[in-house]
Design a protein around this ligand. Structure first.
Ligand SMILES: [Mg+2]
Length: 310
């Protein structure tokens, strides 16, 4: 088998994240092992149709379309798209994300003000939507990739811990698109993390860490990223990694979306099982009746990869 091309990996990241999101959606907030116990995949449940992607992928698509239409990162536009989407009553939206997007505060203050009042804002909500900007910014190199990640995260998450985790994920996807093993890039990625946050990420990304050691629910940014990296490290293929992520229980759609982005970039789009992508679809509340399918996601990922490398 020949190694996947850079474009195959870019599509793998975007499609893989969406597939993980949809695979995990029916089991959100449930116990561990539900996917294996059910023995059927992409059959829906918990209010989700088979193959239906949730807020993770919906927000990733919104970021992608803003990047492409503006030929770069136009933060007020991304925020406005998020607001329009939130007003369209998505089936699922993170509590904190909803608070920030509906606060009526301007794009550059809303998340910071929320963090000032609530102090805790390190949910995984900025991690879950990272596949598309990670593909777009990859060609710009590590520093630009991590900087963009932080700025997009800061639109909804005022806690710098969320920015740093999102920056690490972007960087790991960037390395994988280059054809390298993202696990070997962890030390360099950690070096580029803000010193205040380096130790804590170092702990959850260490080779001997496993989800059983998590000190928070995996809806928080640290165990979510740690679990995704663990899933990649302890498996040998895309489907196996994403299944392991869903079977952890908890915030199954998001842990699987993050795992899917990493594993998709690592193994390429050909590794994403066809039965998972056949029913895959992404509604976009607030944007009319638009629903993207797997081919739309493939095309979107290709446009991101090409536009980002110009
Ligand atoms: Mg979700």
């Amino acid at each position: 088998m020949t190694a996947p091309s850079r474009l195959d990996r870019a599509v793998g990241a975007v499609l893989g994240s969406a597939a993980g999101d949809a695979l995990g959606a029916p089991y959100e907030f449930g116990p561990a092992g539900q996917l294996s116990a059910r023995g059927e995949e992409m059959r829906g449940g918990g209010g989700w149709d088979p193959g239906e992607a949730t807020d993770d992928t919906q927000m990733a698509v919104l970021i992608a379309e803003s990047l492409l239409e503006h030929d770069g990162l136009e933060l007020p536009d991304v925020f406005a798209r998020f607001q329009r989407w939130a007003a369209g009553h998505p089936k699922d939206i993170g509590l904190q994300t909803e608070d920030v997007l509906t606060s009526g505060e301007p794009w550059d203050l809303a998340a910071a003000l929320h963090f000032q009042i609530n102090a805790r804002a390190a949910g995984n909500g900025s991690l879950m939507r990272a596949a598309t900007p990670a593909v777009y910014f990859a060609a710009a190199g590590r520093e630009a990739t991590m900087d963009a990640a932080r700025r997009i995260a800061a639109l909804t998450h005022g806690d710098p811990a969320a920015w740093e985790g999102t920056a690490i994920l972007h960087e790991l996807v960037r390395v994988a698109l280059d054809g390298a093993d993202p696990l070997t890039a962890l030390p360099a990625a950690l070096d580029a993390v803000h010193p205040d946050h380096r130790e804590r990420y170092g702990r959850v990304l260490a080779p001997d860490w496993h989800p059983g050691l998590a000190t928070e629910f995996n809806g928080a940014v640290w165990p979510c990223l740690g679990s995704a990296v663990w899933a990649l490290r302890t498996t040998t293929g895309f489907a196996e990694a994403v299944r392991a992520a869903v079977d952890l229980g908890g915030d199954t759609d998001t842990v699987a979306a993050v795992t899917g982005a990493l594993a998709g970039a690592r193994y390429g789009q050909g590794a994403v099982p066809a039965p998972w992508t056949a029913a895959l679809h992404v509604p976009l509340p607030g944007f009319g009746e638009r629903v993207l399918d797997a081919d739309d996601l493939r095309a979107l990922a290709q446009r991101l990869a090409v536009a980002g490398s110009r």
